[in-house]
Design a binder for this molecule. Structure first.
Ligand code: PHE
Length: 366
C-alpha cells in the first residue's frame, strides 16, 4: 500500500510521464505530417500556405500545440520546450530549402535571371505615303533627278500667274484653292495660297538660273475637295527637265521608265491629248491595267487607268522663269502620290481618307 503522500507522488509522476509522452508523440506526428506535405510542394503559393498552416502566429498547428505545453509539468518544461524548438527549427529549415530550390528552378517571383530576354518594345514604321515618296524620289535619283523643296504656303504668282494662268483665268477653277489672304498683298506675287499643285516649284526652280534642270518636287498639296477619292491635303510629285533639244520622246521615255520601275515591267503607258495652261502640248498619262493588261476588265473598263498630267513646258512659263524658249525646251509631269501608291499596291481602298485616319488596323498592314 502506498502512503497518501507516496500516492500523490506516484500520481504526479504518472501524469508527468503521460503529458510528456503525449507532447512528444504529438510533436513527432506533426513533424511527419509536415514532412509529407512538404514533399508535394511545387510552387511558392503552395509553400506559403504550408508555412501558414504550421507556423502562423494565431492559428498555426505548431503554435497551437505549443500553447498546450502549459499542461506539461514545470520540471518537464525545458525538455518539451527543447523538443518543440527543434521541431520548429526543422520546419523553418525545410521551408527555406524548398524555397531556394524553387528559386533555382526559376519558378520564383523574386528570382532574377539576367540572361532572360527583356520586354520587347513596339517598333513603328514609316507611313505608306512616306514609303512611296522615298521610293519615287529614289527611282528618279537613279536617272539624275535632284529632289528640291518648295513652300507649301505659296504665292498666287508661282501657283498660277507664272504658269500662264493670269488672274481671272477660268482654268484656275480646276485647282480648288485655299487662299490665305482675301486680297493681293504683294503687287507682283499677289495673295498667299496653300499650294494646290507641285507645279508651283517650276518657275522657282528656273529662277535659280542654273541650267540644265532635272528636278523632282515632292510635297503636300491642298485643294478644297473632300470625298472618297479626294483628301483636302494630299501629295504630288513633279518632274521638270529643261535643256537644249528636249522633246516629247524624252518625256515619254522618262514616264515609261518610271512606270516600269514603280508598277512593274509588264505595264505599258499611253499619252492622251489634254489641256493645261502651262504645257503645250499637254497629255494625260494612262497605264495599262495590271489585271487585264489592256484588254478591258471590271476594274478598268477599257484596259487603261488614268494616272496624271504631263506635257512640254509652255514658252510663257519658260519666259516667266527667265529662260529663252527659242534656245531651251523642257517637259514636266505632276502626279498624285496617294493615287499611284493605291494603284500599285492593288489596294482595294474605296476611300482615300483612310490613309489619313491613323487607324492602326489599316496602317499596320503596310
Ligand atoms: N499640276 C498639274 C495638276 O495638278 C499636273 C501637271 C504637272 C500637268 C506638270 C502637266 C505638267 O493636275
Amino acid at each position: 500500500m502506498l502512503t497518501k503522500s507516496q500516492f500523490w507522488d506516484y500520481n504526479s509522476y504518472i501524469t508527468k510521464l503521460f503529458s510528456l509522452k503525449k507532447m512528444k508523440a504529438k510533436l513527432e506526428a506533426l513533424k511527419k505530417e509536415f514532412n509529407d506535405e512538404a514533399e508535394k510542394i511545387k510552387s511558392l503559393v503552395d509553400l506559403e500556405s504550408l508555412e501558414n498552416k504550421y507556423l502562423s502566429r494565431k492559428s498555426g498547428v505548431l503554435t497551437l500545440l505549443m500553447k498546450e505545453m502549459k499542461s506539461v509539468p514545470k520540471e518537464e518544461m525545458p525538455a518539451v520546450g527543447k523538443l518543440a524548438n527543434e521541431v520548429k527549427q526543422f520546419l523553418t529549415n525545410k521551408l527555406e530549402t524548398i524555397k531556394s530550390n524553387l528559386g533555382n528552378k526559376n519558378n520564383s517571383d523574386t528570382a532574377f535571371d539576367p540572361t532572360l530576354p527583356g520586354t520587347e518594345q513596339p517598333v513603328g514604321h514609316l507611313h505608306m505615303v512616306s514609303q512611296a515618296i522615298r521610293e519615287i524620289s529614289g527611282i528618279f535619283e537613279d536617272i539624275g533627278f535632284q529632289r528640291e523643296r518648295y513652300p507649301e504656303v505659296e504665292w498666287d504668282y508661282y501657283g498660277f500667274e507664272a504658269l500662264n494662268m493670269p488672274a481671272g483665268h477660268p482654268a484656275r477653277d480646276e485647282w480648288e484653292t485655299f487662299f490665305i489672304d482675301r486680297e493681293p498683298i504683294n503687287k507682283k506675287l499677289g495673295q498667299r495660297i496653300l499650294t494646290p499643285h507641285t507645279s508651283s516649284g517650276q518657275v522657282r526652280e528656273m529662277e535659280k538660273g542654273e541650267l540644265p534642270i532635272r528636278m523632282t518636287n515632292i510635297s503636300k498639296t491642298y485643294r478644297r475637295q473632300i470625298d472618297a477619292s479626294h483628301s483636302p491635303m494630299f501629295h504630288q510629285f513633279e518632274g521638270l527637265v529643261i535643256d537644249k533639244d528636249i522633246n516629247i520622246s524624252h518625256l515619254k521615255g522618262t514616264v515609261e521608265y518610271f512606270v516600269k520601275r514603280f508598277f512593274g515591267e509588264d505595264r505599258e503607258i499611253r499619252l492622251r491629248p489634254h489641256h493645261f495652261q502651262f504645257t503645250e502640248p499637254s497629255f494625260e498619262v494612262d497605264i495599262s491595267c495590271g489585271v487585264c493588261h489592256g484588254k478591258g476588265c471590271k476594274l478598268c473598263k477599257e484596259g487603261w487607268l488614268e494616272l496624271a498630267g504631263a506635257g512640254m513646258v509652255h514658252p510663257n512659263v519658260l519666259k516667266a522663269g527667265g529662260i529663252d524658249p527659242k534656245v531651251y525646251s523642257g517637259f514636266a509631269f505632276g502626279w498624285g502620290v496617294e493615287r499611284c501608291y493605291m494603284m500599285k499596291s492593288g489596294l482595294n481602298i474605296d476611300d482615300i481618307r483612310l490613309l489619313y485616319k491613323n487607324d492602326l488596323r489599316v496602317i499596320n498592314q503596310f
